[in-house]
Design a protein around this ligand. Structure first.
Ligand code: ARG
Length: 387
């Protein structure tokens, strides 16, 4: 909702409808697209799987966000009020279904809105501090422009069609990068150094939309870990051809975000020293001995991170049979998953957050998987460790 003056009214109206905030703004149906721009106005997403994007946050004012630390949510400046104490926001996380009985809800206690916001080039980012830390994995913010290209993933509970309602289930979609030059041909007021655009230029059809603001745009880094490159900010309509989505460019703001986070407390950002994957497949014997799969970490200094992450990929026909532990180089064990007689679902594709601050990062780590109960069986397909 920033820079409303001079900006296409459609964006302002849509955002006001979702946020229900901006006093005095009328809430109206979006005007129809004109001429050649008429297209099926859908975001073009599909449902995300439970646990696929474990750092995704839904905010009560109708925005998205991503866990930056276990107590700080990175979102858009236009989603929040001024910097200061704020207990008025509820974050919902840990579930793709906003009505999931296992969802986690936590209230805010402080908002930090980018001081550059409201300037002519207002920076559209903010941090929300939660009243307590939540044990979910965090999403690393790209601090280099190296990842500002390629195909990105966007996700949110916002409208699935232009002018449509908010979603109960988290949707995701892939959107290609659009260069600043091309994006400026749609939006003359784009701030190229601070904003990054994405969408299908010619055909539209895939985009974020009202209610997705503040949520992350992300991709895999060179080590295969998710990294956030954008924060959903604005666009004209949704998914229209030649009107891509515009995102705050996190590589530009990474150091400002980190500095603000340091003043807020609320935990350390995601691990940055190393992410190492193992793709060695290991059969898991039925009701048998534990199997181990090693990952070697080298070149880090000191301790592993309090926000370390372990991504586990197991094919199994009854995952409740499985007990999973991470074993540190010195032999200390961290339970990632217990058995559960009632969890008959297939497979484990999950990212676990582990506080490894008391462990030395370098050395050989093991993922230890044991199938405790008879009948179903499976294979460890691979795992990934970020320390
Ligand atoms: N400002 C909108 C919000 O508050 C997000 C709009 C994104 N629009 C787009 N076409 N990508 O939710």
């Amino acid at each position: 909702m920033r820079r409303l003056a001079g900006r296409a009214t459609l964006v302002a109206v849509g955002a006001a409808a979702v946020l229900g905030a901006a006093a005095g703004q009328s809430v109206a149906a979006p005007p129809p697209a004109t001429g050649d721009d008429v297209q099926p106005q859908v975001v073009g997403g599909v449902r995300a799987a439970q646990g696929e994007f474990p750092w995704m946050v839904r905010l009560s004012m109708g925005c998205g966000g991503a866990m930056y630390t276990q107590q700080l949510v990175l979102t858009a400046a236009h989603c929040v009020g001024a910097t200061g104490n704020n207990t008025g926001i509820t974050a919902t996380l840990g579930a793709v279904d906003l009505q999931d009985p296992n969802r986690i809800t936590v209230r805010s206690n402080y908002v930090y809105r980018s001081p550059g916001y409201n300037n002519p080039d207002g920076d559209d980012w903010a941090l929300i501090r939660l009243e307590r830390a939540v044990d979910v994995p965090t999403l690393a913010v790209a601090d280099t422009p190296a990842y500002d290209n390629g195909t990105f993933t966007v996700a949110g509970w916002g409208a699935a069609t232009e002018g449509g309602g908010q979603q109960r289930y988290l949707l995701k979609a892939d959107v290609p990068f659009i260069s600043d030059a091309q994006c400026q041909s749609a939006y003359s007021d784009l701030v190229p150094a601070e904003e990054i655009c994405a969408g299908n230029w010619d055909d539209g059809g895939v985009d974020t939309c009202q209610g997705d603001s503040g949520g992350p745009m992300f991709r895999r880094d060179n080590a295969g870990a998710w990294v956030q490159v954008g924060i959903t900010s604005w666009g004209i309509g949704c998914a229209r051809p030649e009107n891509p989505g515009v995102y705050a460019q996190t590589s530009h703001f990474a150091s400002a975000i980190a500095a603000a986070a340091a003043t807020l407390g609320g935990g350390t950002p995601p691990p940055t020293c190393a992410t190492v994957a193992s793709t060695t497949r290991v059969a898991i014997p039925d009701a048998g001995a534990a199997v181990n799969s090693p990952i070697d970490i080298a070149g880090c200094t000191g301790a592993a991170s309090s926000g370390s992450r372990v991504e586990v990929n197991i094919t199994h026909t009854y995952r409740g049979d499985l007990q999973i532990d991470l074993v540190a180089p010195d032999g200390s064990t961290y339970r990632l998953k217990n058995t559960s007689g009632s969890d008959s679902a297939d497979n484990v594709n999950e990212t676990y957050a582990v506080n490894l601050a008391s462990e030395t990062a370098n050395g050989t780590w093991q993922l230890r998987v044991r199938d405790v109960f008879a009948a179903d069986t499976g294979t460890l397909d691979g795992w990934k460790l970020s320390v």
